[in-house]
Design a binder for this molecule. Structure first.
Ligand SMILES: Nc1nc2c(c(=O)[nH]1)N[C@H]1C(S)=C(S)[C@@H](COP(=O)(O)O)O[C@H]1N2
Ligand SMILES: [Mo]
Length: 422
């Protein structure tokens, strides 16, 4: 919108005919301000808090330390946790870009070299922000690439992403503590009434700017193009919401049609996505072998069962999701034998912890452990079928583990051995 010279208020300009003008660099400079940085920062902080809490939760649910009794209800616990985690990280991407854009001139702020008392806090603040920005970028980049299964690095994704999360959250808390006075001031005054950040170099300068500053000039751009801070913050939030909608269909069936960047949503045999196919896992022949036997072992007691023996045991049904650590998830209607019933065949004690081994010979997820709270649960099955049909090879034929509220990586496919741990 172009405003004729001297048009006083936004209301007046709204009545002038629309003409298109490209924004110029100086149109943006008034948009940079603590007002924008802290409002976008609040939302960014919320995203990082959600990503951190769900990330740490996922870490413990996957690690299953023996000192922790894990929840087995609600059955969708991990599905929701792991749907939120990448959604929060994805929403953070546009917010982070706008936040960095709005504060980067501070990089060029004057360093108070001669005033030692200001110098030390100044440099410490710069260092903490450098750590925060580096850690934040590292987290969204590695997280996004992990979802797409692209690993252009040597390090372990999971342990590095986890370690850097603590660095990021620590640096974020330091940043919030240091900035609290500025944040409080910026959030409690109207968005337009804040001096542009470009002019603010030191705290002393801040005061000078404020005194000579005319707030009414700032919520609109100086030379004609109508860009307001309010619109910028709104745009940041819309962009964040759009990124969530574009990806969250992997976990939220209602959004599937809209999720153009969603990975593995609803495709795959039997309507459930697959990360590792039978072919990738090199189990095609072993899974179809008529000599297949499931071994259940507790010390020197053991049983060996064909698939037909498993089908002859009492069958139970469970509606449980597969929820991958990458964020995609899907419900399945599984049926098969209760793990507890299998453990009874070898007189395993109640709440036995077990080790489950796949026909798959190599790969990080070819075995898993299951703590007692899951082995005792009536919904924990050695599944033989999905939606009323025998498991497809990609979903773990002849038999796979399925238990409530658990990360997908622990739902071992192509199970050949269940061993009680002592
Ligand atoms: N043996 C074996 N089981 C496995 C895996 C694997 O690579 N090998 N992948 C796991 C992961 S990461 C997930 S998310 C689920 C996916 O199950 P689905 O392919 O039936 O959807 O299987 C799990 N079980
Ligand atoms: Mo997974």
């Amino acid at each position: 919108m172009v405003r004729s010279a001297g048009a006083g208020t936004a209301r007046a300009s709204a009545m002038t005919p629309l003409r298109v003008a490209a924004p110029r660099a100086e149109n943006f400079s008034g948009l940079r301000s603590p007002a924008v940085a802290s409002r976008v920062g609040v939302w960014l902080g919320i995203c990082f808090a959600i990503a951190f809490i769900t990330g740490v939760t996922s870490h413990y649910l996957q690690d299953q330390p023996t000192w922790l009794t894990l929840p087995t209800r609600p059955v969708w616990l991990y599905r929701v946790n792991q749907g939120l985690h990448p959604a929060a990280g994805t929403a953070a991407i546009p917010l982070l870009l706008i936040k960095l854009w709005s504060v980067y001139p501070k990089l060029f702020a004057e360093v108070p070299w001669r005033r030692f008392r200001s110098l030390v806090p100044h440099l410490l603040e710069r260092a903490s922000i450098a750590v925060l920005v580096a850690a934040a970028i590292f987290q969204v980049v590695t997280g996004t690439l992990n979802i797409t299964h692209w690993y252009p690095w040597e390090f372990s994704f999971r342990s590095t992403h986890y370690a850097v999360a603590w660095i990021a959250i620590g640096a974020l808390l330091v940043h919030i503590a240091v900035k609290l006075p500025v944040i409080r001031q910026a959030l409690t005054s109207p968005i337009a009434d804040d001096p542009p950040a470009d002019d603010v170099q030191t705290d002393d300068a801040h005061e000078q700017v404020e005194s000579k500053y005319d707030a009414s000039q700032v919520d609109r751009a100086p030379s004609g193009v109508d860009l307001s801070r309010r619109a910028l913050v709104r745009t940041a939030l819309v962009a964040a919401a759009a990124s969530v909608v574009a990806t969250a269909g992997s976990a939220v069936p209602l959004l599937r049609g809209a999720s153009v960047f969603g990975v593995r949503s609803g495709d795959g045999p039997q309507g459930v996505p697959v990360n590792k196919t039978a072919e990738d896992a090199d189990v095609v022949a072993a899974a179809q072998d008529p000599g297949y036997r499931l071994e259940v072992v507790d010390g020197d007691r053991s049983v060996s069962l064909r698939r037909s023996d498993l089908l002859a045991l009492p069958q139970h049904m469970a509606d449980l999701p597969i929820a991958c650590v990458e964020g995609w998830s899907a419900n399945g209607r599984w049926s098969g034998v209760r793990i507890r019933d299998l453990l009874d065949l070898v007189d395993a004690p109640s709440h036995a912890r077990i080790h489950v081994v796949s026909l798959q010979e190599s790969g990080p997820f070819n075995d898993s452990e299951m703590p007692g709270e899951f082995t005792e649960d009536p919904l924990t099955l050695l599944a033989l079928s999905l939606f009323g049909e025998p498991l497809s090879p990609d979903h773990g034929y002849p038999a796979r583990l399925i238990a409530p509220a658990r990360p997908g990586v622990l739902q071992t496919k192509w199970v050949r051995r269940i061993e009680v741990l002592r």
